[in-house]
Design a protein around this ligand. Sequence first.
Ligand code: UDP
Ligand code: MG
Length: 326
Amino acid sequence: MPDLTAAESRPLLSIVAPVWNEEQVLPEFHRRLAAVLDRLDATVEVIYVNDGSTDGTLSIVRQLLACDRRINLINLSRNFGKEIAMTAGLDHACGEAVIIIDTDLQDPPELIPELVRLWKAGHDVVYAQREERKGDSWLKRATAFCFYRIVEKISEVSLPRDAGDFRLLSRRAVDALCQLREQHRFMKGLFAWIGYSQIATPYRRDPRYGGETKWTYWKLWNFALEGITSFTTAPLRWATYLGLCTALLSFSYATFVFWKALAYGDPVRGYPSLLIIMLFLGGVQLMTLGIIGEYVGRMFNETKHRPLYFVDQVVTQHQATVETMK
Ligand code: UDP
Ligand code: MG
């Protein structure tokens, strides 16, 4: 991490924007962001975290860098995913408040003054809450709806509904977040977990300005699994109860079979019921093993204690230094 903590060089506000293959949107995003920042009564640093883009994104950031001295660049060594790109940005941000924003213009930069206003009013986390999700398919909306409600029901922390990563965090909230170094990072959960005074501000989520969403349904499913397994062990408890229920059922059926054999004798019959029970029990066992496996796998990943990411290059302009990290 670069040593930028000298109090006098500390900018008031950091904007953290993860970018991955956004060449179509980035110039327009920065134009709109800069227009907002120009009017803002604060010193600002904009941190673009290039998450291993394979298109022209990096060279666009470099061009922007040359024209706008507020911009800093963190170039990650490969694509690590948005959650880790955000973490890298938070690690490097020096602002007294940090705003996380997507670069596809689904999060309108015009909302930033409102986030700042609520922060100045004394809140530590100001998150933008979607009123409508224009441009998202009904299936995505329906799955998102279910996901938020399921997680809310089964985990100890309550996730704010329909809030993405677009938010402002105060310095102490960022410091708290930076202490959470788990590999399986479900940021929406971590934001909620740290606590402090949190407040929502509504906004309309626009469709993507250009390019395509990086989320396939398979990725979303895995993201949902991540959300559930990193925030609650409830599924393990369900597995126990499921096991208990099937054991009870099996026991009562066994009693019935035993009684029937005693009362009526036992001609060799019952192949279908035997098969059904075997298949059923086998299925239940495999499923519970799978649930346990999800957690064991995560424990395996955590125990390796790997760093979360590697940085190829950091360019910090307000100090006019360029440093290369391994
Ligand atoms: N992003 C990233 N790394 C990834 C995937 C996405 O940095 O592996 C960035 C992307 O460039 C964008 C933001 O995260 O700025 C949100 O991505 P996207 O629009 O694909 O997600 P959605 O809005 O559909 O949830
Ligand atoms: Mg998007």
